[in-house]
Design a protein around this ligand. Sequence first.
Ligand SMILES: Nc1ncnc2c1ncn2[C@@H]1O[C@H](COP(=O)(O)OP(=O)(O)OP(=O)(O)O)[C@@H](O)[C@H]1O
Ligand SMILES: [Mg+2]
Length: 331
Amino acid sequence: MIIKNIALSNFRCHTGYRLDFERQTTQILGENGWGKTSILEAIYLAVRGKSFKAVDREILRRGAEYYRVELDFLDGEKTVVTYDAAAARKNFLVGDKKWARLPKKNRYPVVLFEPVDLSLITASPARRREYFDRFLAQLSEGYSNSLSRYNRALKQRNEYLKREFLRREDLFPWDILMAKYGVALRTERAGLVAALNDRLTGVYRGIAENRDEVALAYESYTEEVGESEYLRLLNLDFERDRLVGHTNFGVHKDDYTFLFNGAVADGTASRGETRSIILALKFIEAEMLVEGLGRRPLVLLDDVFSELDETRQKALVKNFQENQVILTSVS
Ligand SMILES: Nc1ncnc2c1ncn2[C@@H]1O[C@H](COP(=O)(O)OP(=O)(O)OP(=O)(O)O)[C@@H](O)[C@H]1O
Ligand SMILES: [Mg+2]
């Protein structure tokens, strides 16, 4: 999949904007606030079906009634996303068919590299969960479904917990779902971490050209329990959950820890080492997407290229030479 051009209307600061892409690498240069990230956001929206950072009413240019993104592919295909503010409705036009959500077959894998990713190692657990969730959701449809079902159940359970008159059994329908999807999510997360560990050190050494070791540890809040034990532990926290008004036990508390030469990387790895680790992670992500989906991902680099030194820039160019790359830099 190669994208050929994009046309935007009322998308954030862009009233009307058009851009042609190169088959290989397109660089978007502009001053701060010019709208570079917004272009990547529009591309992402048209190939993944959802923005990586905001909801439609935030994307809509202030004061506008609709936004529109048209993305043309080299093979003649086209995706048009339209959002109507009055109806608060978005639709995707693919070929001559209209959809409320982007059909699975029209979703393309994307490796997105944002400046915040550079601090993934030291970021909050929530940010790391979000990172690996996005990673897994692209790779596995099952994961993506389990995640949205788990999150919905969690939200509803938390709403119930705030009710004044609540019996333990009122939560049962949500508890069942949380145990089922919680175990499913934990299993897939553990699988991903194992797969990453098979490759991390090797790929890292290819970038950094040294003998360091990199690993990722998955810290599941729920440990390796089955569904019935999960349910029991979830229930054990009932009084506390009710007191604080939210659910304490579950995979929504999981975290991932990066290890550098056996020690926790947060605090030990240098700035340069940290960048190489993240770069390695991105390379592996691209590799796993090709292997898992049989489609070479589109690479979107937002403001990160200039953050890397020459060795790492070279590694990046070399690694993504067969991908279509769209990158932004401050001019
Ligand atoms: N809904 C909106 N309507 C109008 N303008 C918006 C909207 N959302 C964001 N903006 C503005 O759009 C501009 C472009 O934002 P964007 O993040 O794309 O810029 P950028 O070129 O990536 O900047 P930087 O180099 O600082 O990362 C910003 O000035 C932002 O305040
Ligand atoms: Mg930006």
